[in-house]
Design a protein around this ligand. Structure first.
Ligand code: SF4
Length: 382
């Protein structure tokens, strides 16, 4: 379409932006020295996809290092919940799941099964593309069912709206595993700051989709507390290049501001109506991230008034608690380091040997938003 071509095929604009990026990187090199790497982290799997697919790493100067962050909800969903879903499927519940969660492997086997796809011959596991599809099917079947609600802030308003409108039938329970991204960003920046051998993160490409809901204001604390530029970016290659340019420009000027590049979709305050709906249906909880552990106020669970459709309240699925969480990546998998920007997918010895897109061993190889799965398809983009 026209908008897409304007963002993808405007070679003249790309070369102007790249020229500017070169100029600013040169200035930074003069100020910081030749060896200094300017690490810019993205927090959305779709940005990693754009960077890799369009070879943006190969276009930017050598002193700019583009790294992926925890921008993949499937990658960070604890194994425990998938194990619980397998048990429910074996106990006669219909399980509704997205396609990538279906392929996610657990670290412990449950009665001989290691994924929802394994269990399909002995249990009723259905792949859906939306919560609405699960609702419609559960209404039709009348069977006791559970929907595995994975995602970031972008999916929460859709879940919340159905819950509040009372259209979820009581035979369908929701296992809400929605994660909130700002706490993961704070944690990632904190641990990278604590590790002096790593080049520090000097700028953040913040998630565009999530920001349509949260607004840019959700990230302002990053530029304020960490003193680094944050740019909320769109997903076309030109968006990402403009965001890199803005970060470099701020670094040269010694600024640390949160700015919106993705102005066609994101505002400072976000979608206030969606935020209200989400707050009405959900409460914020400390939540576990796969391979990482509990992060404060980083997940959503249903409010007490909706307990009749809450899998954690009604059908005896125990929620995960900090004292029960155990490290949950398979042996040798470096997915947590990849999602925290401490390792590249190619640093993992299992990458494309034991772990491939057709036979994913670790969670970062399952979803198209996972850095390992993206690098497996397109290389590093550099
Ligand atoms: Fe884990 Fe596979 Fe990625 Fe290695 S390549 S870090 S095993 S997901």
């Amino acid at each position: 379409n026209k908008i897409e071509s304007a963002f993808r095929e405007n070679r003249e604009l790309v070369s102007i932006i790249l020229k500017k990026i070169m100029e600013y990187s040169k200035k930074l090199e003069e100020a910081y020295g030749k060896e200094f790497k300017f690490k810019i982290m993205n927090f959305c799997g779709t940005h990693e996809w754009t960077i890799t697919h369009f070879g943006i790493r190969s276009l930017v100067p050598k002193n700019i290092e583009l790294v992926a962050g925890p921008g993949c909800p499937v990658c960070v969903t604890p194994s425990y919940f998938i194990e619980e879903a397998i048990k429910l499927a074996l106990d006669g519940f219909t399980i509704y799941t997205y396609g990538d969660t279906y392929r996610l492997r657990t670290v412990n086997s449950v009665r001989g099964y290691n994924s929802l796809s394994d269990v399909r011959s002995d249990g009723d596991v259905k792949i859906v593309t939306s919560f609405a599809e699960a609702i419609a099917d559960a209404r039709r079947s009348g069977r006791e069912s559970v929907f595995i609600g994975i995602g970031f802030e972008t999916v929460a308003p859709g879940y919340a709206s159905a819950i509040i409108r009372g259209i979820v039938p009581e035979n369908l329970k929701i296992m809400s595993l929605v994660k909130l991204t700002p706490p993961a960003m704070f944690y990632t920046l904190e641990i990278l700051r604590e590790k002096p051998t790593e080049p520090p993160v000097m700028g953040v490409i913040a998630p565009g989709h999530v920001s349509t809901i949260t607004g840019a204001k959700a990230w302002a604390v990053v530029s304020e507390n960490y003193g680094i530029p944050v740019v909320i970016s769109g997903f076309e290659p030109i968006d990402v290049l403009l965001s890199i340019l803005e970060i470099l420009k701020q670094l040269v000027k010694g600024e640390a501001k949160t700015v919106i590049e993705y102005k066609r979709a994101v505002t400072w305050h976000g979608d206030v109506r969606a935020q209200r709906i989400v707050a009405k249906a959900f409460r914020v909880v400390d939540d576990a991230w796969r391979g990482i552990g509990f992060l404060p106020e980083s997940g959503l669970r249903l409010r007490e008034e909706y307990r009749k459709i809450d899998a954690f309240a009604e059908i005896g699925v125990e929620d995960l608690k900090p004292d029960k969480w155990v490290y949950d990546l398979p042996p040798g998998c470096r997915c947590a380091e990849v999602t925290l920007g401490k390792a590249k997918p190619t640093d993992c010895p299992l990458f494309m040997r034991i772990c491939t897109p057709s036979k994913p061993y670790g969670p970062c190889m399952v979803s198209l938003e996972g850095a390992c799965a993206i690098w497996a398809r397109f290389g590093s983009g550099g």
